[in-house]
Design a protein around this ligand. Sequence first.
Ligand code: GLC
Length: 441
Amino acid sequence: MKKITATIAIILASIFMLHAQGYVPSEENLRNRKEFSEARFGIFIHWGIYSMLGDGEWAMHNLPMTFEEYSHLAAGFYPSRFDAKEWVKLFKEAGAKYMTITSRHHDGFSMFATKASPYNIVDATPFRRDVLKELSEACAEEGLKLNFYYSHLDWSRNDYYPRGNTGRAAGRPEEGDWNSYLNFMNAQLTELLTNYGPIGCIWFDGVWDKGGSHEEIERTWKLSEQYRMIHSIQPGVLIGNNHHLGVFEGEDMQMFEQDLPGQNTAGHSANSVVSETLPLETCVTMNGNWGYQVRDKAYKSVADLIRLLVKAASNNANLLLNIGPRPDGTIPEEAAQRLKAMGKWLEKYGETIYGTTGGFMKEQSWGVTTRKDNRLYIHVLNPSETILVPFSGSRLLSAVSFDDGSKVRFTQLPEGIVLTLPERQEGQTDQIITLTFRQLQ
Ligand code: GLC
């Protein structure tokens, strides 16, 4: 008996020590962080039964609708033209290295086969197909990483109680068992991490619904426990959380919504980059909505999207560019065309984006820089004749135009490098000059 008590005491002590040590990412996780940072471009997909209303993913809350009324959409959801292979091919053609899809959004509807709730695409729709499974197979075939968006917030369940600030018109009873909700989420996350092969990232969103400080959020949502569970199933998976508050213990990346790192014009991000080493990601809508919105034709131009990608890379961040597929499973032409155009650009200029880091300086009046090995890529986004690159860390060996390798005139001064730019191609979005140095740290 004594022996057993002593053993238990040792086990408890080691568990306590593990906790005290905090989160230590696995080797695999560190490798995945590096691979993720090198990827630089991913596609975000907001798709669910809300797409049938053509009014964005917040339609249930915005209209507003009761859950009872909204849930009838499920029985009519039949994305007859959905083809996982076609989607994945398009994303590859766009030059993306990963996709992040909504497995369950705030409306509470699961877009995958789950035993934790009948309110899912296999059990509640006539379609009866697990679209995440099909996408996971297509991704594995094509070598595209698959990530899952997962909403902490839920407008459909009674056990999401006490409620937060949204989904108040859903018509739910004023009681519910919060622990049951936490268990439900963990059961679903276990399924997502068990049934779809290796997942790149779990992308959380929605804890802001209940507000609170960092500590209150941790406590309410039992995040450390949830993160430990996730990493115990797939130690390599990256955890990100769009809580707008930097990075919590157990998370593997920092994300920014509708803003570049360190900016917070939209009010959905932390004001600064909190770690020098964690991967960064900026998610951005291609028009003004995440989910399919029939009237929203305000798509960003290809040039704007390329500028975003380049600026994200110059800020050490990936661009996660969103599209909202239609209820029939097709991707709006405006979005598909833009993705293809980005792919064309990346085919030619990808070397200056993939696997790069930001290049020593903040945005300049002429543009931004990225860096790889001994090379600094000068991205001249605003047409200029002569520019000063404020960098004097090493001797410059050569300056050439990325387009044709022709020499570019330069003078190296103590305050930086002066470049006399060659003539810019008509309508060129980004004129790139490659500077090769003797050595870059
Ligand atoms: C916001 C929106 C949510 C969307 C997310 C994407 O948090 O509430 O609908 O999924 O942004 O970043």
